[in-house]
Design a protein around this ligand. Structure first.
Ligand code: ZN
Length: 156
């Protein structure tokens, strides 16, 4: 019997392709001229380094964002997907996504009412605990940028 729905394997292949695509061609890669917010994050276990730049307006909306850095495919793809997702979000929405993505990557309780969309592609890393920090680095760095924490974020 052939099924019309996408099988788990096909979905995993799609997610892997999405991650590889973002790792090879990161979106919004670069720096902003005069960002209102920025932060740097490192994951010493893997050697991933990221800087995230944000423009946040007076209504707490992220009007522009980009990132630069170097690291493994998962860390770069995660940052690329993150920046693509959060442009035009307000900081309250970002906080909800932050909780939801951390929960989905660390296998704790799911956040109700949040559709992670493409970010679901990252969920596969929870099968590889040592890579979870590669995927969460961008989110911790984003959080630090929004909160204007000026020390470097580290996953260790
Ligand atoms: Zn990594």
């Amino acid at each position: 019997m052939e099924s019309m729905s996408t099988s788990g394997d096909e979905l995993r292949d799609l997610y892997r392709e999405l991650i590889l695509d973002h790792a090879r061609n990161p979106r919004h890669f670069g720096r902003l001229e005069n960002p209102s917010h920025q932060a740097e994050g490192i994951n010493p276990l893997c050697g991933d380094k990221l800087k995230i730049y944000l423009d946040i307006d007076s209504k707490n909306t992220i009007t522009d964002a980009c990132f630069e850095g170097s690291g493994c495919a998962i860390s770069v793809a995660s940052a690329s997907l993150l920046v693509e997702t959060i442009i035009n979000f307000n900081t309250g929405q970002v906080a909800k996504y932050f909780s939801a993505i951390i929960a989905s990557l660390t296998n704790t309780e799911k956040q109700a009412g949040i559709d992670l969309g493409k970010l679901k592609a990252l969920e596969g890393v929870k099968e590889f605990p040592t890579r979870v920090k590669c995927a969460t680095l961008a989110w911790h760095t984003l959080n630090a940028a929004i909160k204007k924490q000026h020390r470097t974020v580290t996953t260790e």
